[in-house]
Design a protein around this ligand. Structure first.
Ligand code: NAD
Length: 351
């Protein structure tokens, strides 16, 4: 398989192509300072190969930082697959993807992400052992990472509410954008805590299902950013916070599961200038990858759960660093992650 140099000097792209199986996409590998690239496989309607590649590169860098901040022995990697426009054999497509992962000999470890399921990872696992997120029995580490991602976002939100608003979640309103796997699980946790919920989803059925379970109010997808809420929780796709959406925010906290929530790094400054506490996405949404790591590395359920609980402590260290260094929280998190990667590189034996 050809390894093409990426635009970014720190990234490598592995093209994925198997016309017979309908496989068309790319694996992006970012820093390997802490270990092999680990990150999920996204299956989505990308209009062009370039769009898929740009997304893969950004997501892979996010995984380097996320794995570093979560204390995991993994580097950054992400697979992005373009959904075929016509009919296709899903199992055959994911088997072909599994063969491509196997060809990399362990440089990349895959799992679920947006658009992929434990069933898909089961198809991948027939071709390679470099995969996690497989169906698991109750109580075992592994399986669908979404509930763990939701748990990490939930405990982060709890901390952020006390830090920024001085009140518990039971006294907060939360606007959730996207109630798919993570957003719906998060809504359930918040409802149990007594938070008031507002939800929106482009799939009306998803919004209706969550509203029925949690008594959430439903608003149109276009209205969720500007909803009257204490906390805005992006749990759909990335790039939602930009020059046009940030001025609409009524919430004083942004804390959600979506990767790459800020359209640009400067948007972190724009949020800080508006007095909005931004809980950096890759710090708070690490529960899923911690669970994936636990499955892959054979940790038991208790130690995996304990590591997920430490996400709140890591968020606190980011908030403290932002405060001390007078940085927006996204840059404070990047600085801490880059320091971890630099320390790991410094420990590598010289060639
Ligand atoms: P999902 O596909 O199950 O859910 C996403 C939901 O968002 C869907 O219901 C979809 O209809 C909805 N949506 C899409 N665009 C929308 C829009 N413009 N407005 C409102 N709703 C919209 O995905 P997921 O697994 O729940 O992941 C959600 C986000 O969290 C993604 O960005 C993903 O990368 C990130 N994330 C997920 C995990 C995980 O464990 N699943 C881990 C880390 C990060």
């Amino acid at each position: 398989m050809d390894l093409a140099a990426a635009d970014s000097p720190a990234a490598t792209f592995v093209p994925l192509k198997d016309e017979a199986a309908g496989l068309d996409g790319v694996i992006a590998l970012h820093s390997a300072a802490l270990g092999p690239g680990a990150g999920g496989c996204r299956f989505w309607d990308y209009p062009t190969a370039e769009a898929a590649q740009v997304d893969a590169a950004r997501l892979a860098q996010g995984m380097s930082y996320k794995n570093a901040m979560a204390g995991l022995p993994f580097g950054g990697g992400k697979a992005v697959l373009r959904k075929p426009s016509g009919g296709f054999d899903r199992a055959a497509l994911f088997r072909a993807f599994g063969r491509a992962v196997e060809d990399l000999g362990g440089r990349y470890i895959t799992a679920e992400d947006v658009g992929t399921t434990p069933f898909d990872m089961g198809c991948v696992a027939g071709q390679t052992r470099y995969v996690a997120g497989l169906p698991r029995a109750e109580g075992e580490t592994g399986g669908d990472p979404s509930p763990w991602t939701a748990r990490g976002v939930f405990i982060s939100m709890k901390l952020a509410a006390e830090y920024q608003l001085g009140k518990p979640l039971s006294a907060c309103s939360v606007a959730i954008q996207g109630v798919g796997n993570v957003g719906a699980a998060l809504a359930r946790l918040l409802a149990l805590e007594g938070a008031r919920l507002i939800v929106a989803d482009v799939h009306a059925l998803n919004a209706a299902r969550t509203a029925e379970e949690t008594l959430a109010e439903i608003v149109e997808p276009g209205a969720i950013v500007a909803a009257e809420a204490d906390i805005f929780s992006p749990c759909a796709l990335g790039g939602v916070l930009d020059r046009s959406t940030i001025p609409q925010l009524k919430a004083r906290i942004v804390c959600g599961a979506a990767n790459n929530q800020l359209a640009t790094a400067q948007d972190g400054r724009a949020l800080a200038d508006r007095g909005v506490l931004y809980a950096p996405d890759y710090v708070v949404n690490a529960g899923g990858i911690i669970n994936v790591a636990g499955e892959y590395l054979g940790w038991d359920a208790v130690s995996t759960a304990n590591r997920v609980e430490r996400i709140a402590m890591r968020l606190m260290s980011v908030l403290n660093h932002a405060d001390e260094a007078r940085l927006p929280t996204n840059l404070a998190a990047d600085a801490l992650a880059q320091q971890i990667l630099a320390d790991a590189r410094a420990q590598e034996p010289a060639l």
